[in-house]
Structures are given as C-alpha cells and as structure tokens.
Design a protein around this ligand. Structure first.
Ligand SMILES: [Fe+2]
Length: 170
C-alpha cells in the first residue's frame, strides 16, 4: 500500500478544507450583499449567509461525531475564487452588470462546494458514517438549491445587463 494516509484521513482532510472554506464564505458574503443592487440578489445572498452559518454548525457536529479536533485547513481554492470575486467588485459600479458578475462568482463557489459536499457525502456513505452522511446530504441540498436560485435570477439580471450594454453602445 502506497503512503500513510488512510481513506478516513482523506475524509477528515476534506472536512477541514470545507470548514475553512465556509468560514471564508461567511466573511465574503456581507461584502457581496453590500455590493449587490438587485433586491432579490441581496435577499438570496442574505439567506445563504444564514444557511452557511448552519452548515458550519453541521460540520462542527460531524467533527464531534468523528471524535476529531475541530481544526480547519486553509482552503486555497475558495480563497482564490473569493479573491477573484473581490477583484471583480473593485472593477464595477453598482449595476445589473455588476450583479451578473456577483452571480458568476457566487456560482463558482457553489460549484466547488457541491463537488466537495458530494464527495464527502459519498465518502461518509462508503465508510458507514450514516449520521454524517445525512448531515452532509442536507448541506449538499442547500448548496444545490442556492445554485438553482442563482441560475433562475441570472435570467433577469443578464437581460438587464444586456440593456446596460446596449445603452453604452447607443
Ligand atoms: Fe456552504
């Protein structure tokens, strides 16, 4: 067998990664809420901020079920995605165009989370960690709903951003 890391270690590594990711997201969301102009977008992001706090609680519960210390590991991927989002915010004025960019950034983060929670849920199932698998599935469902909410809002926001684009051309 290659290496010393076990499958269970891998599960714990992913948990530590996403715990840090969620903590970073709770710090980034208020900035995105402030920058958003569309009231529905603000509302969706606000709802997700409170969902994210609940997701952190679920993760803390899983750490305790697994009897491992509550320790996060820097999630470079979410850090990078959030930094890209901040750059975008610094480059645009409040507008539908800016909102379209906020939605794009938020969806990139959601997709990373969906990938991670999908993996974690499956690992938990394979390891017979039934309670953890259930908690991870609950979070995965919330992340998928959030992605869907952003998808449907993007239809209106993109149409408005296109109008703004045409106005600059006129
Ligand atoms: Fe999350």
């Amino acid at each position: 067998m290659k290496g010393k890391k076990t499958f269970e270690d891998l599960f714990h590594d992913e948990l530590r990664d996403i715990l840090d990711g969620e903590r970073q997201i709770t710090k980034a969301l208020p900035k995105m809420i402030k920058a958003a102009s569309n009231p529905e977008l603000k509302e969706i992001l606000e709802k997700h901020l409170s969902e994210t706090e609940g997701q952190i609680d679920r993760l803390e519960k899983i750490f305790s079920i697994c009897e491992i210390p509550l320790r996060a590991k820097k999630c470079e991927a979410i850090q990078g995605l959030l930094e890209e989002g901040e750059t975008l915010l610094s480059e645009c004025e409040p507008s539908a165009t800016c909102d379209a960019g906020i939605i794009a950034s938020a969806q990139k983060v959601e997709h990373y989370e969906i990938a991670t929670y999908g993996t974690l849920r499956t690992f938990a199932e394979v390891l017979d960690f039934d309670e953890s698998a259930k908690l991870l599935q609950e979070t995965l469902d919330e992340e998928s709903d959030m992605d869907e909410r952003l998808n449907s809002l993007s239809r209106t926001v993109n149409a408005e951003a296109l109008d703004e684009f045409h106005e600059t051309e006129a």
